[in-house]
Design a protein around this ligand. Structure first.
Ligand SMILES: Nc1ncnc2c1ncn2[C@@H]1O[C@H](COP(=O)(O)OP(=O)(O)O)[C@@H](O)[C@H]1O
Ligand SMILES: [Mg+2]
Length: 398
């Protein structure tokens, strides 16, 4: 009897050369092959897992490997050429426009850097008369929260700087607030002028504090106006990080930064460097806006060019809610399950007739994604700083 001819397998649009010919329903999906990619749910799942794989989740709480960002930073060389090399790792987060997440970035990055055994000692300085930064730490009622008066007095009367210690482990805060407006007046005082002006005095006092307390990172929050407080921040910082929204207003807010940076460069901070732009408030379903932002930056023809960070900070209402809870985003993410259990219990009680009970609103799962965004941004900032420091030390060696 002649052998039965093999069943012919007709490649269809969904045919995959790697899988053995099998009835369509049992065919193995290969996520890397375009045909499989088009046709299977399995691919969608593996694509999702792939994305998660690249950006490990913080869902299991602060014990995960990505917990300690100190791991990611090779101890940088000290490459600042100005006399205050103590401030070689000071970052100003700035934009002349409000609402671009400056304060949220400062608070969240600072705490992520300080996490874990190998975390850094971080000093956070709030130079914004709105004084919102302390709310992110849940300490608005702290007895040392005097709306920035402590900072003004310390500068003018040569007192100790008003540091609130351990707003989170290894994170200290110099609080801001409406009294910072008094700095305009303080700049005209004779003692201040004799000390070389308010900018010089401020840098000197912060550098002394950093030296004495051994801070490894300084992060400065700035107001949404390009005035004296911005100038103080830019005289102190070695690096400038610029969050931008996707509206023209936030790009307009960037314009005034250049002249202030040039002034700081001339006035004793020659190494001040732009770290880059970070897109914030992005709808993750509209990532094409990132390309628009890139095109826009190119069209500005900046010299030297200012890069755009790969990381973006997404829009999600939980970003605002974390602050309302007095928690950082990753802290809220770690507590989400606990909150959710309490919410469900309240909901059950309500449905059973206890209508006096207040059922809290759910915390969206996107809180985890936002926590990941901040973690990734923190890492990218350190990588860029490291690159700058390596480049500077190489240039020095030549
Ligand atoms: N990822 C986010 N998505 C949506 N809203 C956010 C997010 N992060 C922060 N917010 C809210 O946006 C507002 C502005 O943020 P903020 O950090 O204070 O900006 P800025 O300091 O630039 O004025 C605040 O009300 C904050 O709660
Ligand atoms: Mg702010």
């Amino acid at each position: 009897m002649p052998p039965t001819p093999p069943t012919t397998y007709r490649p269809s649009r969904n045919w995959c050369p790697i899988s053995t010919p099998q009835p369509a329903r049992r065919r193995t999906a290969h996520a890397h092959h375009p045909a499989c990619r088009r046709s299977t749910f399995a691919h969608r799942r593996s694509r999702f897992q792939g994305r998660r794989g690249q950006r490990p989740s913080v869902r299991s709480g602060p014990s995960t490997a990505r917990h300690c960002i100190g791991e990611h930073w090779r101890r940088p060389v000290n490459s600042d050429t100005r006399s205050d090399s103590r401030l070689a790792r000071a970052i100003a987060v700035t934009n002349g426009k409000g609402g671009v997440r400056k304060t949220s970035i400062v608070a969240n990055l600072a705490t992520r850097y300080a996490e874990g055994d190998r975390g850094y000692r971080v000093l956070v300085i709030d130079l914004d008369p709105q004084g919102n930064l302390i709310n992110h730490f849940g300490l608005a009622d702290h007895p040392q929260n005097n709306g920035g008066l402590g900072l003004v007095t310390a500068l003018v009367e040569d007192q100790d700087l008003p540091v609130i210690h351990d707003v989170r482990p290894k994170v200290d805060l110099i609080v801001g607030g409406p009294r910072l407006k008094m700095l305009e007046n303080a700049a005209t005082f004779e003692e201040v002028i004799e000390a070389g002006g308010l900018e010089t005095l401020f840098v000197q006092r912060i550098a002394e504090l950093v030296d004495a307390a051994g801070y490894e990172l300084v992060i400065i929050d700035t107001p949404p106006s390009l005035g004296l407080q911005q100038a103080l921040a830019l005289h102190t910082a070695r690096y400038v990080l610029i969050p931008v929204g996707l509206d023209q207003d936030s790009w307009d807010g960037v314009r005034g930064i250049g002249p202030l940076v040039s002034r700081a460069r001339k006035n004793g901070n020659p190494d001040i460097t732009y770290l880059g732009f970070v897109v914030t408030g992005l709808d993750v379903n509209a990532k094409s806006y990132i390309e628009d932002a890139k095109d826009y930056i190119e069209s500005l023809e900046l010299d030297p060019p200012i890069p755009l960070f790969d990381t973006f900070i997404r829009y999600t209402p939980t970003g605002g809610r974390a602050r309302n809870f007095g928690l950082l985003v990753h802290e809220l993410a770690a507590k989400r399950n606990e909150f959710e259990l309490a919410r469900r219990k309240a909901l059950r009680d309500y449905r059973r007739g206890n209508t006096d009970i207040e059922v809290p609103k759910p915390i969206a799962m996107t809180v985890h994604d936002l926590a990941d965004d901040y973690f990734d941004l923190a890492k990218e900032v350190l990588t860029k700083i490291n690159q700058h420091e390596q480049a500077a030390s190489t240039a020095e060696g030549e």
